[in-house]
Ligand binder design. Structure first.
Ligand code: NDP
Ligand code: OXD
Length: 309
């Protein structure tokens, strides 16, 4: 069995070591040293160059190195009919929930304002808001958003969520579809985005959406940069419609030098680190999926190409 590895950010060495431990008979090849393309059975990839996957004539499956698969659909030559899998938690959920909670607490506990006050040498206590009086709105109640919604609820926050179908998460008020969006937004004080990037969700965080939030609401975006209309965010922050934003993902990554977000006083920027791929935690799911596919069974995290996630 031959697995081809490609990533523009992940180090192949821990993957080689972890896969060799789990499946010693596996032949692990790292792009561009792929040998004969017709020998490749599986492609384990993050942001593969356009046409790379189409050049592998006997590919049995495409295994995304992340939870998101939007990076694959950018490829105009993405082979049709080849199953695509994504990471289902595989060590991402705890990291993503930590990041989201950090963002929520940053705004809930006024750390954005205390940072400014420290620079000014100002000692002043701002009023405290009990968590039960703070409504966190979670967009996307899947594997990662659902994990965070439950943890935030346990922390005592009032948590509501928006998705397509009902999830029945205990203590989480659920809203669904286009019909539920306006009511969800009207109640949300800190909006946390966990949606996949699809044609339906592209640009969803725009001027119209911000206008439906209560004035002074906050945004934490750890899903994808393509969800956000960047100029609309700056306008909403500058007008006071939004109070602040913590952003982990961007339309262009790395965030270009000189981009307005770098120095905006109400934006916190992190370099796409909310959920990092840890080979040791992901390898079990990759191996299990390869074995399932070899047996003709349905793999975990099989992507619905029609929905785009
Ligand atoms: P899931 O597929 O498990 O969950 C997606 C959720 O979004 C589901 O609840 C789904 O609804 C909802 N959803 C999708 N489309 C719509 C829509 N049009 N309207 C309303 N709800 C919608 O994905 P994960 O939780 O595993 O991952 C979420 C995303 O997090 C990834 O796609 C990726 O972009 C991002 N991510 C970012 C990382 C980082 O480091 N910054 C790391 C890991 C992931 P339903 O339940 O009804 O299907
Ligand atoms: C992912 C990511 O989708 O790291 O897993 O963004």
């Amino acid at each position: 069995m031959v697995v081809l590895f490609y990533s523009d950010i992940d180090d192949p060495r821990p993957w080689r070591a972890a896969l060799a431990r789990a499946l010693p008979e596996l032949d692990f090849r790292v792009w561009p040293d792929i040998g004969r393309p017709e020998e490749i059975d599986y492609a384990l990839v993050w942001k593969p160059p356009g046409g790379m996957l189409a050049s592998l004539p006997r590919l049995k499956a495409i295994l995304s190195l992340g939870a998101g698969v939007d990076h694959l659909f950018l490829d105009a030559q993405l082979p049709a009919g080849v199953p695509i899998t994504r990471m289902v938690d595989a060590g991402l959920a705890p990291q993503m929930s930590e990041y989201a909670m950090y963002g929520v607490l940053h705004f809930h506990r006024c750390m954005d304002r205390y940072a400014i006050m420290q620079r000014e040498g100002l000692w002043k206590q701002l009023p405290a808001i009990p968590p039960a009086q703070r409504t966190i709105g979670v967009m996307g109640l899947g594997v990662l958003g659902g994990d965070f919604a439950c943890k935030a609820q346990v922390m005592g926050f009032h948590v509501i969520g928006w998705s397509r179908r009902a999830h029945g998460l205990e203590g989480v008020g659920e809203y669904h579809g286009a019909d539920g969006l306006a009511a969800f937004l009207a109640a949300t004080q800190i909006l946390v985005n966990f949606l996949p990037l699809t044609p339906e969700t592209h640009g969803i965080l725009d001027r119209a959406l911000f206008a439906r939030l209560p004035r002074g609401a906050f945004l934490v975006n750890l899903a994808r940069g393509g969800h956000l209309v960047e100029d609309d965010l700056v306008a909403a922050l500058d007008s006071g419609q939004l109070g602040g934003a913590m952003l982990d993902v961007f339309v262009q990554e790395p965030l270009p030098e000189g981009h307005a977000f770098w120095r905006h006083p109400r934006i916190v920027v992190t370099p796409h680190i909310a959920g990092l791929a840890i080979a040791e935690l992901m390898v079990e799911q990759v191996v299990d999926n390869i074995m399932r596919l070899e047996r003709g069974e349905t793999p975990t995290g099989l992507v619905d190409r029609r929905r785009g996630y």
